[in-house]
Design a protein around this ligand. Structure first.
Ligand SMILES: Nc1nc2c(ncn2[C@@H]2O[C@H](COP(=O)(O)OP(=O)(O)OP(=O)(O)O)[C@@H](O)[C@H]2O)c(=O)[nH]1
Ligand SMILES: [Mg+2]
Length: 496
């Protein structure tokens, strides 16, 4: 496995990942060189690397801006440039650099330009498979973050067969779909105004099709919440929409979080200066409410108004850092006594909704890293066990199936199997009634330690009844047995 795929960081793995690592070690000792060996080696390396969180969504939905906010560093390329058209992985590395991995397998190392992505990759985007950026960034010790090219939200050429949302056609779409296939956790950006209709669900199903992701490892973000309309607190105003979408997307994502990504990026990425703060104090000197309303009517109005005495370049910079909503947050902060950059940044972070995103992505994903990693490894190893193009290793690879089954049956591993039920639901392979969807979400999230004995018993009988109904398919019955067993384990835990 090449350096580009692993990163330089080696960390202590959790108990489930260690168990699967041992299975990999054991298998590798018996495998001859070949595609099967490469696959198992890749699984082995992935188990020891930090959890990979992939950020995906429509074109220009704010993915790169959100990646920068998460990293607390303006590194991912925003807007134009060939970097927005390739998959970019951010991994921990003391020696900061970008590795351009070609579709031909070659790796070219390029230096970062003062901590920023270079504008050019040294070759056309079509020839680049992905870029791996190594940064000495604390977050990356726990999570690797992957930025992807935007998916076409509507494929116009296909109007006859109804517009397709989250289209994964075209080169960029395929690259994103394959990055999602490799993901161990997913952050998906959705436009704030769209209701999660059948098209969105179908789009998710096709995107998640090749992955082992379950809803527990997926979060939807309503990005650009400030575009919702003129409201003083768009993140709060978007909460009812987020809740409605969370209901529509039950079984597909574990949470729907509204954020103003741009404001979160500016709050966290060390780009905002004291000079910017002084300029905003000058903007806030316009105190008449009607004047303020005129000034913030549109970006053009802010650029043109003679109510303030600021250079056009300064106004453009403020707009690019904050947009109209952020400008208004700043002005209110100044009204409330803020003068320094630090005081304004606190207001930006608070209004951006970043805290909820931090909890949903950084805290929860990092906390569940072991089980998500183990889940991805089990599914990759199972795929390896069915590999057809490696005759030399066929017997050893097939021999993975029994230990994998045994591992999944162990009590400590049962959450893996619940996650697989979650994957079947997320990819649309199985559809469940609402009450049962809630069970999959609750057990998959692992936040059920307080479950009472009675609740566990009810859960087990709910799934028992559903699973033994003669209308169930063999697959449905199998998922039901997994869920019933999971509740029975809870019951035993609670009675002890
Ligand atoms: N008003 C507002 N603008 C935003 C927000 N987030 C991003 N933008 C702007 O939207 C534009 C696109 O943002 P990107 O982060 O490049 O979006 P992307 O999804 O990475 O785009 P592609 O990679 O090209 O598909 C940029 O001009 C951002 O400044 C937001 O929360 N509010
Ligand atoms: Mg981008």
């Amino acid at each position: 496995m090449s350096q580009a795929e692993v990163g330089d960081d080696r960390r202590e793995s959790g108990p489930l990942a260690r168990r699967l690592s041992a299975l990999c070690d054991d298998t590798l000792a018996r495998l001859r060189p070949g595609p099967g060996r490469d696959m198992v080696q890749q699984v082995h390396a992935k188990l020891r690397a930090p959890l990979t969180v992939t950020v995906a969504g429509g074109v220009s939905s704010g993915k790169s801006t959100l990646v920068n906010a998460l990293l607390g560093q303006r590194i991912a390329a925003v807007d134009a440039g060939e970097c927005t058209r390739v998959v970019t992985e951010f991994r921990f590395g003391v020696h900061e650099r970008a590795e351009v991995v070609g579709v031909d397998g070659s790796v070219a190392v390029i230096a970062l330009d003062r901590g920023r992505m270079p504008d050019h990759l040294g070759r056309p985007a079509e020839e680049v498979e992905r870029v791996v950026v190594h940064l000495s960034n604390a977050l990356l010790r726990d999570l690797a973050v992957v930025d992807t090219p935007g998916l076409n939200t509507v494929t116009e050429s296909n109007e006859a067969t109804s517009a397709r949302f989250l289209g994964v056609s075209g080169r960029e779409g395929e690259q994103t779909a394959s990055a999602v296939g490799r993901a161990e956790a997913l952050v998906f950006l959705l436009p704030v105004l769209r209701q999660a209709d059948a098209d969105v669900l179908r789009g998710f199903a096709s995107l998640l099709g090749g992955s082992s992701l379950s809803s527990s490892a997926s979060v939807a973000v309503l990005s650009k919440a400030d575009r919702l309309g003129r409201t003083a607190d768009p993140v709060t105003a978007a909460q009812p929409i987020a809740r409605r979408m969370a209901t529509d997307l039950r079984g597909v994502v574990s949470d729907v979080v509204p954020v103003v990504g741009l404001l979160a990026e500016t709050a966290r990425a060390a780009v905002f200066t004291e000079a910017d703060a002084r300029a905003l104090v000058a903007v806030a000197a316009v105190t008449d409410p009607f004047d303020r309303e005129d000034m913030f009517l549109s970006p053009e109005d802010f650029l043109r108004t003679d109510l303030i005495d600021l250079e056009p370049a300064v106004r453009r910079r403020l707009l690019s850092l904050l947009d109209l909503f952020g400008l208004q947050v700043a002005v209110k902060a100044v009204d409330g006594g803020a003068r320094s950059a630090g005081a304004m940044l606190r207001a930006f972070e608070q209004r951006s909704g970043f805290e909820a995103l931090r909890r949903a992505v950084i805290e929860r994903f990092a906390g569940q890293s072991d089980v998500f990693k183990a889940n991805a490894a089990v599914s990759d190893l199972r795929r390896a066990s069915y590999l057809r193009n490696d005759a030399d290793n066929a017997t050893v690879l097939r021999g993975l199936r029994t230990p994998l089954e045994r591992i999944e049956l162990e009590g400590s591993m049962h959450r893996l199997r619940v996650l697989q039920v979650g994957n079947a639901v997320a990819t649309g392979t199985v559809s469940l009634p609402v009450g049962l969807l809630d069970d999959v979400a609750a057990l998959g999230a692992g936040d059920d330690s307080a479950m009472s004995r009675a609740a566990a018993a009810e859960g087990a009988s709910r799934w028992g009844a559903w699973g033994t109904d003669p209308r169930r398919s063999p697959d449905e019955a199998r998922h039901a047995r997994v869920m019933k067993a999971a509740f029975e384990l809870r019951w035993q835990g609670a009675s002890r």
